[in-house]
Design a protein around this ligand. Structure first.
Ligand code: ZN
Length: 172
């Protein structure tokens, strides 16, 4: 496994539509393993292949809604599509390609996706809350859409500092 560089918002590769994955081979597996390591090192909850410069429809989403004491589950979604969504959430969103900036984005509260695993088998996965947000955000990346274009507004410096302080208080 190896770390890959994460493209930032200035780089044109982030705004291109990605092509479907057709070969479920060792090259794809290497990409997914590298993406997992890159995501973990960046301490993120999701990563799309175009963010590491590969214009193919593959994403990782960290499912954090797991029973207490169990580890987060890393989902590999190849050629994913949203097949159902319901409800609504409105809140701050960020992106590893837009470091340090957060904006308010409206997303569905519940999302069901259909995708292939690394061997090409189709499966369905459901997400709620942060996981639903993450499904939408990562699949947007495959169509060259970065969250800043869907933002109602970006959070200000004061709001960012404020929310960090709240989080610190929450941990105590
Ligand atoms: Zn992103």
């Amino acid at each position: 496994m190896a770390l890959r560089n994460i493209l930032t918002k200035e780089q044109p590769g982030l705004y291109k539509v990605c092509r479907p994955v057709k070969d479920f081979n060792s090259r794809l597996h290497q990409l997914l393993d590298d993406m997992a390591e890159t995501l973990e090192q960046a301490n993120g909850v999701g990563l799309a292949a175009p963010q590491v410069g590969v214009l193919r429809r593959a994403v990782l989403v960290l499912e954090t809604n797991v029973p207490e004491g169990e580890p987060d589950q890393l989902l590999e979604l190849i050629n994913p599509e949203i097949i159902e969504s319901s409800g609504e959430q409105f809140g701050p969103e960020g992106c590893l390609s837009v470091p340090g900036e957060y904006g308010l984005v409206r997303r569905p509260m519940n999302v069901k996706v259909r995708a292939q695993d690394r061997y090409g088998n189709w499966f369905e996965a459901e997400g709620t809350g942060l996981t639903a947000r993450c499904f939408c955000h990562e699949i947007d990346h495959l169509d060259g859409v970065v969250f800043t274009s869907k933002c109602e507004r970006m959070l200000t410096e004061e709001e960012l500092t404020g929310s960090e302080r709240e989080e610190e208080e929450g941990e105590e």
